[in-house]
Design a protein around this ligand. Structure first.
Ligand code: PMP
Length: 422
């Protein structure tokens, strides 16, 4: 529309082109699984702002809690004059994260910042330096997390030198490597033992379901075998649940599907319904290893974000959103399977974190062009859908859990049409 076009021209004049945009439109308001643009066009939201607005883009409890808080105070800095909501979020995280032991949390602003702090905490506790991450991993764009992220373009290209002591291990990728979880874990552990050494390793950081890398669900037993190896070798097992956490997969945290109890869990995105908040939560003895003043930041655990997080947690629990995520899984997986298209090489994910990987049916080679064409078709017909994957050949589905079945089906029908047309 004309208003979006005019805004796009202003963006080009004044915003760094380093910050790209997926959709050609500017948002005016968003609710109930719909994003409305400045020209009045309505888009079905199958992206949730990259897995953030899990409870919806203007969830009533969140809006109310933030309104109430902003009228009291916007900021004091928790490191100067603390306030209750920060402590209440930490209390809730101790209850909601896996593991029946004493836990503490520290709050930050973004997923990257929290992952980076999890590494700092693990180093402080173990007195060791090395960090192991996996193929296809995405952990952020700060200097340390950029080193931890696997994919070079666009995330790392031209931005080195990168942080040291970051080592990469092979991931379990069942549809491509055909390995059992145990075999894939043995392969990773052997590489870690020969190339890093447990005696040098502070932390193993892994996304229980990989996000940007392609919604890769490791084979059953892979995560548990790694966690077990970590606990036997004095290595801190860190679950980066930035994308997979906070109800997205039908459990509060994705590790719960595998009965894995991480030493540290990183939360962000869905935790505060769109306000910037992230957390590291973990075993008290690990969190307590850090000297006072070693962690923090001006805005970490900002009162508006903490008020939003408490409202998000209440919404997930009171509205039965974990169950809703499992319903969405059934609906979307059933629909994806019914498409019966040979170019869909794999269908995977859990809850409302689902994906289809496109391949050349003859060779199994990734088909990024098809993913791009399907997403482009959907965008032009009113559906916000995102791609991902090391090869850019994966379409991912991340609807808000507040979306109706009707709207979801309408969005999926447009994706089906996109596949037929391309
Ligand atoms: N870890 C994972 C698994 C993520 O998906 C992301 C964001 N896509 C991050 C870390 C970084 O989070 P942020 O963009 O909030 O810094």
């Amino acid at each position: 529309g004309p208003k979006s076009a005019a805004l796009m021209r202003r963006k080009q004049a004044f915003v760094s082109p380093g910050v790209g945009t997926t959709m050609p439109v500017f948002a005016a308001r968003a609710a109930g699984g719909i994003v409305e643009d400045v020209d009045g066009n309505r888009f079905i939201d199958l992206g949730s702002g990259i897995a953030v607005t899990t409870v919806g883009s203007s969830a009533p409890r969140v809006v109310e809690a933030v309104r109430a808080q902003v009228a009291e105070f916007t900021h004091t800095c928790f490191m100067i004059t603390p306030y209750e909501s920060y402590v209440a979020v930490a209390e809730a995280l101790a209850r909601l994260t896996p593991g029946d032991f004493e836990k503490r949390s520290a709050l930050f602003n973004s997923g990257s910042e929290a992952v980076e702090n999890a590494v700092k905490i693990a180093r402080s506790y173990t007195g060791k330096d090395a960090v192991v991450v996996f193929d296809h991993a995405y952990h952020g764009r700060t200097n340390l997390t950029m080193a931890m992220t696997a994919k070079v373009a666009p995330y790392k290209h031209g931005f080195g030198p990168f942080a040291g002591e970051v080592y990469r291990a092979p991931m379990s990728y069942p549809s491509r490597d055909g390995l059992s979880g145990a075999a894939a874990a043995a392969r990773a552990v052997s590489q870690i033992e020969t190339q890093v050494g447990a005696g040098n390793l502070a932390a193993l950081v892994i996304e229980p379901i990989q996000g940007e890398g392609g919604f890769i669900v490791p084979a059953p037993g892979f995560l548990a075998a790694l966690a077990d190896w970590c606990s036997k070798n004095g290595v801190v097992f860190v679950a980066d649940e930035v994308q997979s956490g906070f109800g997205r997969t039908g459990t509060m945290f994705a590790v719960e599907h595998e009965d894995v109890v991480p030493d540290l869990v990183v939360s962000a995105k869905g935790i505060a319904g769109g306000l910037p908040l992230a957390a590291v939560t973990g075993r008290a003895e690990i969190m307590d290893a850090v000297h006072t003043g070693g962690l923090g930041g001006t805005y970490g655990g900002n009162p508006l974000a903490c008020a939003a997080a408490l409202a998000v947690i209440e919404t997930i629990e009171e509205d039965g959103l974990l169950e809703r995520a499992r319903e969405i899984e059934t609906l979307v997986l059933g629909w994806l399977r019914a498409l019966d298209d040979a170019r869909i090489g794999d269908i995977r994910g859990r809850g409302a974190m689902l994906a289809a990987e496109f391949v050349d049916p003859a060779t199994g080679e990734p088909d990024a062009a098809l993913a791009k064409a399907v997403a482009g078709y959907a965008h032009s017909r009113g559906v916000i859908t995102l791609t991902c994957g090391t090869w850019g050949n994966v379409i991912r589905f991340l609807p808000p859990l507040s979306i109706s079945d009707e709207l979801l089906s309408e969005g999926l029908d447009i994706i089906a049409a996109a596949l037929k047309e391309n």
